[in-house]
Design a protein. Structure first.
Length: 304
């Protein structure tokens, strides 16, 4: 009896409760994520196997049942693999005691331990990205930092700093809550906004009257020479028929000094032995005769 009692006591391992324990980030929801993935996989796969007209002669019901059984076997194997990784992640931990930082890390087929005495730690820092991806970094003498992604990284850091510095008080961050645009600047911004609105309204008025009394509007219309036509629209666009083939876009301007109408257009063109068309730019200048309100190009007169 004494030997059995001695063996039992030898097997007992003394444990201590950690001051702070951290688990891998997202471990609390990783099982739900895995279940959603497996559930969607099951639904999509099963629907894909059994979809079709069940009353048709070539539906092949029993072959589909066989495929479903194989699919369930594959799904079960996938579950075992995911569950294996989940159990490894769930057992992985980083904890803090009065004397050290201790880490147990599990991956398939391997378990590792790491212990860092508090007197070997030089600094501890945290990084938060989007308030979700939280990382704890423990710097130590003559070694690479220990990086651990965990949700309670700030709690771990505060407690570790308290043990290292023996100071439980936290440094207050005294700052003035302010934005780029201060309250006193709003008045000047309102003045800038009113000035901008006034300029925009003024430009609109100028644009309206210059458009109404613009002499180019008199040139608008359709000019014809035999089967070729040039239509000048009041909005500055134009349409060409016969003069140039496959025109996709056209604009026109008028120079009152030289009394010249300029057509800027784009057209599609295909080269020999090619079925693909390319877009090219073209320009034509026509002389405007105000006496008979006609356009002249290459000796040909286009009249309204």
């Amino acid at each position: 009896m004494k030997k059995e009692k001695a063996k039992k006591e030898a097997k007992e391992v003394k444990t201590q409760k950690a001051l702070v324990t951290s688990r891998i980030l997202f471990i609390s929801v990783l099982d739900k994520i895995y279940l959603i993935i497996l559930g969607l996989w099951f639904l999509i796969g099963t629907i894909g196997i059994f979809r079709g007209h069940i009353s048709s002669l070539n539906y092949g019901f029993f072959s589909r049942v066989g495929r479903e059984i194989l699919f369930l076997i594959v799904l079960f194997i996938a579950y075992l693999i995911l569950n294996w990784f989940y159990r490894c992640a769930a057992k992985t931990m980083l904890c803090l005691t009065k004397n050290e930082v201790y880490k147990e890390h599990y991956i398939p087929f391997k378990r590792s331990e790491e212990s860092i005495p508090l007197n070997k730690i030089t600094k501890v820092s945290t990084i938060n990205v989007f308030w979700i991806f939280r990382t704890l970094i423990i710097h130590q003498y003559h070694s690479f930092p220990l990086v651990f992604m965990t949700w309670n990284n700030q709690e771990f850091k505060d407690k570790l700093n308290e043990l290292i510095t023996t100071d439980s008080e936290k440094v207050e961050n005294e700052y003035e809550s302010r934005n780029i645009v201060t309250q006193s600047m709003y008045k000047y911004l309102s003045y800038v906004g009113m000035a901008l609105a006034g300029i925009v309204v003024l430009l609109g008025i100028v644009r309206f009257f210059t458009y109404i009394f613009n002499g180019e509007r008199k040139l608008a219309g359709t000019y014809t020479y035999e089967e070729n036509t040039i239509k000048l629209n009041k909005n500055g666009s134009c349409e060409i028929t016969g003069l140039v083939d496959d025109v996709t876009d056209c604009d026109w301007t008028y120079d009152s000094d030289s009394k010249t109408v300029t057509l800027d257009y784009q057209y599609e063109y295909s080269y020999y032995f090619s079925k693909y068309k390319t877009t090219n730019d073209g320009t034509k200048s026509l002389k405007y005769n105000s006496s008979d309100k006609s356009l002249e190009l290459g000796g040909n007169k286009y009249t309204k």
